[in-house]
Design a protein around this ligand. Structure first.
Ligand code: GTP
Ligand code: MG
Length: 273
């Protein structure tokens, strides 16, 4: 017979959590969830109307986790329905389509919409975020590479996974990391454990790599005015080289950014007397 003590112990081991999915319409939020829960893929697009709700049970270490999944519609039309559902979430799946740059650029505004509904930053700190770079099976149409996506995610303390709801790539690993982090957070009194946020590179490094990727020419890349002198170019180059040297910087994309800076300097110096 089950004693009260056993019941109490088992209750302590079970957890109920709420997770939500966010991202532009058609990036694959529903398909990712379907792939995980039902092990299947539906190629036809069936837009989520407002919200879809589902429950699944998962085992993390010695705990049974009951996960309530609120799959949000990405279309702006459904904002009024969505905004009710942000509160009390422990986990967020932030999804974009690696073949659509605007879906990647939109991640900031999804965070913005969520923040607005949640109130303070403190509420956002007690949530585990996973970024899914989805549709990686469609390699030919890919426009957002891994370095760029990983940098965006990890510089914010979020996890990053490459996924395909179509082939199943990355899906189980992503959900395992997601639920295990949520469990860690619950065991840590509702705060995201610090270790998750320490990513081994600074915000300055992340911001600089992003700036370099988006620069319009070599002057812009080095952060000097067009027509700058050799000394100014060399000074700017040295500063960036110290910040981004692959021996010192582990931020995703640092190697490419470093090479781009070296090339920019070489091409500018060729034309400066
Ligand atoms: P909303 O509910 O409107 O916000 O869209 P959603 O983000 O839930 O998108 P959904 O999961 O419905 O998928 C949109 C379309 O993309 C469908 O036609 C899917 O079959 C397709 N799709 C989703 N994931 C993948 C993937 O990993 N690879 C490929 N090739 N297609 C995918
Ligand atoms: Mg959907």
């Amino acid at each position: 017979m089950e004693t009260n003590a056993t019941k109490r112990r088992d209750n302590k081991k079970s957890l109920r959590v709420k997770v939500i999915s966010l991202g532009n319409a058609e990036v694959g939020k529903s398909c990712i969830i379907k792939r995980y829960c039902e092990k299947r893929f539906v190629p036809k697009y069936l837009a989520t109307i407002g919200i879809d709700y589902g429950v699944t049970k998962v085992q993390v270490r010695d705990r049974e986790i009951k996960v309530n999944i609120f799959d949000m519609a990405g279309h702006p039309f459904f904002y009024e329905v969505r905004n009710e559902f942000y509160k009390d979430s422990q986990g967020v799946l932030l999804v974009y389509d690696v073949g659509l740059r605007e879906s990647f650029d939109a991640l900031d505004s999804w965070l913005g919409e969520m923040k607005q509904e949640m109130g303070s930053q403190a509420n956002m700190d007690s949530i585990v975020f996973i970024v899914c770079a989805n549709k990686v099976d469609l390699t030919k149409r890919r426009v957002v590479d891994e370095g760029e996506g990983r940098l965006w995610a990890e510089s914010r303390g979020f996890h990053y996974f490459e996924t395909s709801a179509q082939s199943g790539e990355g899906i189980n690993e992503m959900f395992q990391a997601f639920f295990s982090s949520i469990t860690d957070m619950c065991e840590n009194g509702g705060k995201r454990p610090v270790s998750e946020v320490s990513v081994g590179f600074t915000k300055e490094q992340a911001d600089t790599i992003r700036r370099i990727r988006n620069s319009k020419d070599s002057w812009d890349m080095l952060g000097v005015k067009p027509g700058a002198t050799r000394e100014e170019v060399n000074k700017a180059y040295r500063k960036l080289a110290v910040l981004l040297h692959p021996d010192k910087c582990v931020a995703p994309g640092s190697e490419d950014a470093f090479k781009a800076v070296v090339n920019a300097r070489t091409s500018l110096l060729k034309n400066i007397k």
